[in-house]
Design a protein around this ligand. Structure first.
Ligand code: ATP
Length: 234
């Protein structure tokens, strides 16, 4: 489909197009998750709010200080933001691991191939480790990736796995447009912003070493909810 660039929903329609075009790599459930994200982005005015900016700076600081940072990617993340993930991996020195809720060997291999096109060798195929507390396929991870990481960035994650990573003692950063999700509430640092909008900012802050150390996630989530509520009431 050719979309005119001046269409008022151009960005949103292009994002949908990318997900649909990668439909053999993106789980159908991922399309539902994307729709939920879009709804929350309306409430944010489709822009990065100030509390999200603080979370991005806190995430930058965590990545700068990390010894073994890992970016965990799923089908949605690769389809929408492979390029942005590659840049963040380059500036932060983080490894990238394909880690899927709906895991099949074909999807893992396909997503690794898509990351390779972007210029990075992602982990995920030799899943020799597991995340305690999760069942079978969902638990699989790599010992030289998520298994051995001290800081994990898990955009668009589900609540169970986020909790399991926190329980493993890892510092967990997430990106989630829904400030009420279990993931948002469980992570140490939650960036309530759209994935492709916040990743370049995060990379810039990492590159310029402009992080912040003082950050309270609960307070940040309250600020985001207040921001949304004010936008609705005005
Ligand atoms: P939880 O288990 O954490 O309560 P959930 O069941 O909604 O949440 P998923 O279905 O895995 O978990 O959804 C992932 C989350 O990603 C959703 O909350 C959605 O708002 C968010 N999301 C989807 N697309 C994007 C995007 N492009 N940028 C940022 N967040 C997004």
């Amino acid at each position: 489909m050719t979309l005119p660039k001046n269409h008022p929903r151009y960005k949103s329609l292009m994002a949908r197009e990318k997900l649909v075009n990668a439909s053999d790599m993106v789980a159908k459930q991922g399309l539902i998750a994307h729709g939920r994200g879009e709804a929350f982005d309306y409430l944010l005015g489709e822009q990065t709010c100030l509390p999200a900016l603080s979370a991005i700076k806190a995430a930058a600081s965590a990545l700068i200080e990390a010894k073994n940072p890992v970016i965990s990617v799923n089908g949605n993340v690769v389809a929408l933001a492979a390029r942005e993930v590659v840049r963040l991996a380059e500036v932060s020195g983080a490894k990238v691991e394909v880690n899927l809720f709906h895991r099949t060997p074909e999807r893992v291999a396909g997503l690794i191939k898509m990351m390779k096109k972007g210029g990075i060798d992602a982990l995920g195929e030799n899943a020799d480790d597991s995340i305690p507390g999760l069942s079978s396929e969902r638990a699989k991870c790599c010992s030289d990736g998520i298994g051995g990481a001290d800081v994990v960035l898990v955009p668009l994650e589900d609540g169970d796995r986020c909790q399991a990573l926190v329980d493993m003692g890892k510092k967990v950063i997430t990106i989630d447009l829904n400030p009420l999700s279990r993931t948002a509430q469980t992570a140490h640092i939650t960036i309530v912003d759209e994935l492709t909008r916040c990743l370049p900012l995060l990379s810039d802050f990492v590159e310029e070493k402009k992080g912040i150390d003082s950050f309270d996630n609960k307070e940040c989530l309250r600020d985001v909810l207040n921001y949304m509520a004010e936008r609705i009431s005005s």
